[in-house]
Design a protein around this ligand. Structure first.
Ligand SMILES: [Fe+2]
Length: 224
């Protein structure tokens, strides 16, 4: 079975926002990701203060990247706007815009990552898988915790146990906007969506609101 998280490299790094603050952050994230590749807990700890500094600045994210998207791959009008992705897809930064009252499906990310609140408020519910994963399409989850996330707050994603969650906007009038920095091309890969009551799981690709993913070359997994 080919690894569905392996995608063909892009031709070059892709920037969707022209911001010196974002460029500096991405440079720091690349260095940290490489130097701490042996321990992703360390990656997250080292990256967090830099991410906190980026979140404190309020003028680097253009307004079109803080808008909902009616045609969302996540449903509910949720915008997922790509801000940067690395040529080898080992790093991406995107904004996730959740309209008031909307909620993401329960999903995973299959990578280390940091999520920080840029605007508004969210409630995050974290899940853990408690079945052995051997039955195709079946998944049993338990709730690990429910967290209120305020502007400037940062939380971590780290597989396997810290990677499954759902997020809803708790702001009433305006969308909530979170920034994600991830160790993969999260919107492009095939990952998982869970249905809690039915105990089911299925593959999905969220895509991005402003950038296509490139389909993987079928022979790529064989040669890399
Ligand atoms: Fe997520």
């Amino acid at each position: 079975m080919p690894d569905t998280t392996i995608l063909e490299p892009l031709e070059a790094d892709q920037w969707f926002v022209d911001s010196q603050d974002l460029r500096e952050f991405v440079t720091q994230a690349r260095e940290i990701s490489l130097s701490t590749a042996h321990n992703r807990e360390e990656t997250l700890s080292a990256l967090e203060p830099h991410f906190a500094a980026l979140l404190k600045k309020t003028d680097w994210l253009p307004e079109q990247f803080a808008q909902p998207n009616p045609g969302s791959g996540l449903g509910g009008g949720i915008g997922q706007w790509l801000l940067f992705r690395a040529q080898d897809r080992s790093l991406s930064v995107f904004s996730l815009v959740i309209p008031p009252g909307s909620k993401t499906p329960i999903h995973d990310h299959l990578s280390w990552g940091l999520v920080g609140l840029y605007k508004g408020e969210q409630e995050e519910t974290v899940y853990r898988r408690v079945d052995n994963g051997e039955l195709a399409g079946y998944a049993q989850l338990e709730i690990v915790g429910v967290y209120q996330v305020q502007r400037g707050s940062i939380y971590r994603l780290l597989p396997p146990d810290g990677d499954i969650h759902s997020v809803k906007a708790t702001t009433v009038f305006a969308p909530s906007v979170s920034i994600h920095v991830m160790g993969n091309d999260t919107g492009s890969i095939l990952r998982h969506q869970y249905q809690l009551e039915q105990n089911t799981v299925r593959s999905f690709r969220s895509g991005y609101s402003n950038a296509p993913y490139k389909e993987q070359r079928t022979d790529y997994a064989k040669f890399h």
